[in-house]
Design a protein around this ligand. Structure first.
Ligand SMILES: OC[C@H]1O[C@H](O[C@H]2O[C@H](CO)[C@@H](O)[C@H](O)[C@H]2O)[C@H](O)[C@@H](O)[C@@H]1O
Length: 566
């Protein structure tokens, strides 16, 4: 019946992927079945393959059919599979070419003049030099025949995170750009913004990353912050003029449809906030084998689809994965990301409102600017009512009671009282860090939270084995909290900011000396250890980590007498 067909499957939006992605997903599944002992292989490496010329997708599909037709369990002898992959595909990463950044100089004038310690200076110059390794451009053939690639064409060169992340990422780019400002690489920074803007123009939002399998979701929205940072240094009004209509489009995406939620407070006032919500309810193609396995315990299609959407939505949050999104931590099958109204997402959107107001003001649109100031005030009020918890001295994520499609009445027990770094993210922005009384309260709470560890701030207090949990700390979360505390006028806050920054820099230095690389995350419970956990091996390179090291060194300097070694 009609009613049954409604409850049988999840009715949320789904953005279809490309035929190539679907096919490569089959190749990935077959490969994982065929290499029973090679479970350490990375499923993403299959989805990043491209079609070799002159073969067409349909010719390769039929060759693949021949290969697998004799097997009953969809596995293939390993040598045969390897021969097949070699014959028909170009390797992962061959779609990107090295690009020498036009604005790179090995020792820019006045570079980190506050870093007096020679050891630290030498290392900072090496970190600055890493931009060259991470700088690349999309090969011309991707533009000529996009159907052969999962990589999306982009107009300008990019800085990639590194290792398995061979394409540009949305929110990573903010911290990359912070570092590029220190490195005085303004052309490269603008190129990154131009690329993300072109994605917003094509898709209506900034994709998770520039791959065909990332078109069903976004990532934490920091494009306005990127434009703001670049404008602040370069005073480029042309960039501002181009950015405004794009930012308005992105703003609409996050404040409409499934992303929008309304919470009614006790006095009957409706607060409009946002949540993450991926337009996908199947296994993520880049991690298909893992997602099928994690969903295998669910018996109905509806349960599986909901679970897959919550997994893809966690990827949209940038924090994949963490106990923050679990109803019953640390049980992975209780992931319920779409049921959370997250503190950090709404910080990014409040910042977006303030940025748009600022940019409109510059461009002479006073009315538009006023409208966005009003919007920011409304969201600020929601922070006070929905997220703030006076007793905890921090802002808490809010659990939706229903599916979020209708207005819900606020209930105290729906605040998630578990402690996460993201509970302190609001301090990043001026609206909160300019209030000295509030800052003092938050600093006390942070001090007593258990999050401050020997090498920086923990993502959470729960050791779940997921990468956005204890014992890991991540560059973006360090930067937001440290920068926010440093901007306040409270002495304790400033001291705390500097202490955390020094721990983070030291630990990155020690990891670099030990491993020769910068890592994507650190294990912050010890000095000099890189992070682990999660669904892929620890990655190096690494875009946002380099960016935050350079930004911290710029902010705090390093005195000559202070040893970098513990
Ligand atoms: O392949 C698994 C997931 O990988 C990405 O997430 C992680 O790396 C990104 C790049 O540094 C970073 O932006 C994100 O915060 C990390 O958790 C990707 O973004 C996910 O969509 C993907 O499923």
């Amino acid at each position: 019946s009609m009613v049954e067909s409604h409850t049988d499957s999840d009715s949320g939006p789904v953005v279809q992927t490309t035929p190539l992605v679907t096919f490569l997903q089959h190749v990935q599944l077959t490969a994982f079945r065929s290499y029973p002992k090679k479970q350490s292989a990375d499923p993403k490496s299959y989805i990043d393959l491209s079609l070799k010329r002159p073969y067409t997708l349909s010719s390769i599909e039929s060759a693949f059919e021949d290969l697998t037709s004799e097997s009953l369990d969809m596995s293939v002898p390993v040598e045969k599979l390897e021969r097949f992959v070699k014959q028909y595909f170009d390797g992962a990463g061959e779609d990107m070419l090295h690009h020498e950044p036009v604005d790179f100089v090995s020792d820019p004038s006045g570079f980190l003049s506050n870093v007096e310690n020679e050891k630290v200076r030498d290392w900072a110059r090496e970190v600055h030099g890493l931009w060259r390794n991470l700088s690349c451009r999309v090969s011309d053939s991707v533009r000529e025949s996009p159907g052969r690639y999962t990589l999306l064409p982009l107009p300008e060169p990019v800085i990639i995170p590194g290792s398995r992340f061979r394409e540009v990422y949305n929110w990573d780019s903010y911290w990359v750009i912070k570092g590029l400002m220190t490195s005085q690489m303004f052309t490269t920074a603008k190129g990154l913004v131009t690329n993300l803007m072109s994605l917003v123009e094509t898709y209506g939002y900034a994709l998770n990353g520039a791959r065909a399998y990332y078109t069903n979701r976004s990532q934490p929205p920091l494009l306005s912050s990127m434009v703001y940072e670049i404008y602040n240094v370069t005073k480029d009004e042309e960039l501002v003029r181009k950015a405004i209509p794009v930012l308005l489009k992105e703003y609409e995406f996050w404040n409409s449809g499934k992303h929008k939620v309304v919470i009614r407070d006790a006095s009957g006032y409706d607060h409009v906030l946002s949540r993450y919500y991926a337009m996908w309810n199947m296994p993520r193609p880049e991690s298909s084998v893992f997602d099928e396995e994690s969903a295998s315990g669910f018996s109905t299609l509806l349960e599986k689809q909901r679970f897959h959407r919550d997994i893809a939505t966690a990827a949209e949050s940038g924090c994949d994965f963490t106990t923050r999104w679990m109803r019953d931590p640390p049980h992975f099958t209780t992931m319920a990301t779409t049921s959370v109204v997250p503190v950090d997402l709404n910080v990014f959107l409040l910042k977006m409102e303030l940025d748009i107001a600022f940019l409109m003001e510059i461009s002479g649109d006073k009315n538009g600017s006023d409208r966005f100031v009003e919007a920011s005030k409304a969201r600020e009020k929601a922070f006070e009512t929905v997220f703030w918890n006076e007793k905890a001295g921090q802002w808490l994520d809010y659990w939706l009671s229903s599916n979020g499609d209708e207005t819900e009445t606020w209930k105290a027990e729906n605040q998630n009282t578990n402690v996460f770094a993201s509970n302190f993210a609001p301090i990043w922005i001026n609206s909160f860090n300019s209030d000295e009384k509030l800052v003092k309260k938050v600093v006390k709470a942070l001090e007593n939270s258990g999050l401050i560890a020997p090498a920086g701030i923990l993502s959470s207090l729960t050791d779940s084995g997921q990468q956005w949990d204890y014992p890991n700390g991540w560059a973006p979360q360090q930067e937001m909290i440290v920068t926010g505390l440093a901007r306040s006028s409270s002495k304790e806050a400033k001291e705390m900011a500097e202490e955390i920054a020094r721990r983070w820099i030291r630990s990155n230095y020690l990891v670099y000396k030990k491993s020769g690389t910068i890592h994507e995350k650190l294990k912050v419970t010890e000095l000099g250890e890189y992070g682990g956990g999660g669904e892929y091996k620890p990655q190096t390179g690494f875009g946002w980590s380099n960016g935050v090291i350079l930004a911290f060194l710029e902010e705090f300097g390093w005195p000559s007498h202070l040893s970098i070694e513990p």
